[in-house]
Write a protein that binds this ligand. Structure first.
Ligand code: 5AD
Length: 363
């Protein structure tokens, strides 16, 4: 097996079967894959980790995804929307520390008040900055016109996770209604690319019913879409969600974690110059999880700069509320760990994915 993996890592084109073999590697063999991913990262994008200040704008959501703790049907979630002023204070925190960019994430809404609010926030942030800042939105599916308005107001990147590229799994983890539709989600990704957004997607790893082959297909899906940035992480069950009933089908949490590290490394080997986030879900399983993600190929960390009093409410999965706030002290520790993982923090740089500037697929 050892040799087989070494042979695959020599190839310039990876087949689905190759990906399956890599994703199935045991602990010892995985180190060979992790080392290769680190080598590719150094060669194609350099040893920098970029911070994105993550602002969780609101947990009010019109969707009812069966895995997610802030689904509209969860009556136990205490809903909030942070004020514009709080957003600007958080942005200032990130800018004062020379982080290249911020991410605004929220439960999904497409009403006029929400669209206007986001547009206003974007214009204000752009005004606050001397240079055009990197602003990523992660606000779910929207109409083309909305994406365009937000782009014109200053957003540069958009992250819309596909969750799973397998239509059967997608159906099993979402309600059966018009709102939750895989094809439309993919259409949204094409629209974002056409509009000029640096476009990101991602999946959850270790979902019930998901196989290694599904994950290999997810990676090939990202490659086919020629995506610029990826945020993916382990699925972590939440007891207030319908998918919790399948918890006995899940891989043990450590294996979901290990599989997520392999997904990051294999994606780095497959797509080379994309941005890959080391997800908060990794950190929810292992306090050093994000740094480990960096060691195996990721190059983005999103410290949570949402005002602390809201943290407990943006509760997507078990363990998330227990993550410590990202104070300056905590960031110092994070920096040290990033250095141990072989990277420097890319201060003063937006850290746009190199891939975006040489995207091969014309839209
Ligand atoms: N476990 C892991 N990730 C989750 N997300 C939502 N619920 C969970 C969960 N239970 C992820 C989804 C979504 C992002 C905001 O959080 O991928 O797109």
């Amino acid at each position: 097996m050892h040799n087989k993996i070494a042979d695959i890592l020599q190839k310039s084109v990876l087949s689905k079967n190759d990906l399956i073999i890599l994703l199935s590697a045991n602990k010892d063999n995985a180190e060979i894959i992790f080392n290769k991913a680190a080598e590719i990262k150094t060669k194609y994008i350099g040893n920098y980790t970029y911070f994105r200040g993550l602002i969780e704008l609101s947990n009010i959501c019109t969707r009812n995804c069966l895995y997610c703790g802030i689904r509209s049907g969860n009556k136990n979630a205490e809903r909030y929307m942070i004020s514009d002023e709080e957003v600007f204070n958080s942005v200032k925190y990130a800018l004062d520390r020379h982080w290249g960019s911020v991410v605004i994430q929220s439960g999904e809404r497409s009403d006029t008040a929400f669209i206007d609010k986001v547009e206003h926030i974007l214009r204000q942030i752009t005004q606050m900055c001397e240079k055009k800042p990197g602003i990523t939105l992660s606000l779910g599916e929207q109409k083309t016109d909305t994406f365009k308005r937000w782009f014109d107001a200053g957003a540069t990147r958009y992250l819309l996770r596909i969750e799973s590229s397998n239509p059967d799994i997608f159906k099993k983890i979402h309600p059966q209604d018009k709102l939750h539709n895989l094809e439309r989600r993919i259409e949204n990704l094409y629209t974002l690319q056409k509009l000029g957004y640096i476009t990101g997607t991602g999946v959850m790893i270790g979902l019930p019913f998901q196989t290694i082959e599904d994950l290999a297909n997810d990676l090939l899906f990202m490659q086919k879409l020629d995506i610029d940035m990826i945020g993916m992480g382990p699925y972590i069950e939440h007891e207030d969600t319908p998918l919790y009933q399948y918890r006995d089908l899940l891989l043990p949490i450590e294996e979901r974690y290990f599989l997520s590290l392999k997904m990051i490394a294999v994606l780095r080997i497959l797509m080379k110059d994309v941005n890959i986030a080391s997800s908060t879900a990794l950190q929810a399983i292992n306090p050093d999880g994000r740094e480990e993600g960096i060691r195996v190929g990721a190059n983005v960390i999103m410290p949570n700069i949402t005002p602390v009093r809201y943290h407990k409410s943006y509760n997507l999965y078990k363990g998330k509320p227990d993550i410590p706030p990202e104070t300056d002290n905590y960031i110092k520790i994070l920096e040290k760990q990033i250095a141990l993982a072989g990277d420097k923090v890319g201060y003063g740089d937006k850290g746009d994915p190199k891939h975006f500037f040489r995207r091969t697929v014309e839209r």
